[in-house]
Write a protein that binds this ligand. Sequence first.
Ligand code: G1P
Length: 306
Amino acid sequence: MTVTPVSPHAGAKAAAPRRIRKAVFPVAGLGTRFLPATKAMPKEMLTVVDRPVIQHVVDEARAAGIEHFVFVTGRNKSVIEDHFDSQFELEHTLEARGKVKELKALLDDLPGPGQTSFTRQQAPLGLGHAVWCAREIVGDEPFALLLPDMLHHGTTPCLADMIAAYEAHGGNHIAVAPVPEDQTHHYGIVGVEDATAKVSKITSMVEKPPKGTAPSNLHITGRYILEPAIFALIANQERGTGGEIQLTDAMLTLAKTRPFYATRFDGTIYDCGSKTGFLAANVAYAMDRPDIAPILRQDIEAIFKR
Ligand code: G1P
C-alpha cells in the first residue's frame, strides 16, 4: 500500500509544531521467548549491564527532553512501577552508610513527581491496541512512542534526532534503519523519497511484507512521533497482520492526509526481544564502560580461545 506524500505546509500558513512532552512505552508483552527468566519478572526488567532494558529506553527519552513517561503495562508488571518510584528504605540506608555516589545515581534516574503514568492493556491485541490504551493519558497532543525491546545504541539518542526532524517539518516521524533483504518480512518496512538522506518523506509503508515484496530494506526500528489523530484511526480499524490491531495499518490511514517522515538511525540496534540481541547488547553496553570493558574483553577473549 502506498502513501501519498502531503506537504506539512499545504493550505494555510503552518503553525509551529507542538512540543513533544510525552512518551509512551508499551510494556505489556509476556516475554515468552525468555522463559523461565520471565516467569515472575517482566522481560523489560532484564538487565543490560546494570540497568534494566526499560531504563535504557527511558534514558533515551529523557535525553530527548521527554517530561512525562506513559507505561502501558499488563498483569505481573507492577515491578516496573516500583522501579520508577523512590525506594525510601534503600535511599535511607545508602545515606546512612555514606554511599553518596550510589544515592545520587539512584535519585538522578528518578522521574519527578507526577511525571509517570501507568495504564494496563487488558488483552494482548497488538501494538496498535497497546498505543490506543494510552489515549486518555496522552490526550490531544503529539507524542513519542518507544518500543522497549529495541535498544538504539549510537552517538546521539535516536529520539533526539527525530524530535529535531519533527521541529523542522511537523507531521509524523518514524525511525528507520537498513536490514538485510532476507529479514524484511520480520518488520514494518517503509519506502522513502531519498534513501540516502537523514530525513526523508515516506512514500510507502507495509507491516511484515511477504518475502520478495518489500518496498525497500528500511525497517521501522521502534521509535515514532505521532499526531494524536492516530488514536481515532486505531479505534476504527480492522485486525491486520497476525490477527492483531496493527499500528502500521493506522499509520497508513493517517498518511493519506498527514505527512510521514523517516529519520535514518545510523547507530546499532539491539533487539532485546531475542536472546542473541539481548546478549550482544550486554557486551556492547559493557564495552562503553571504562570500569568493566578491559576485564570483560579479557574474559571474552579467553572464552573464544577455549
Ligand atoms: C513492531 C512493529 C514493526 C516494527 C517492529 C520493530 O513489530 O509492528 O513495524 O518494525 O515492532 O521491533 P513487532 O516486533 O511487535 O512484531
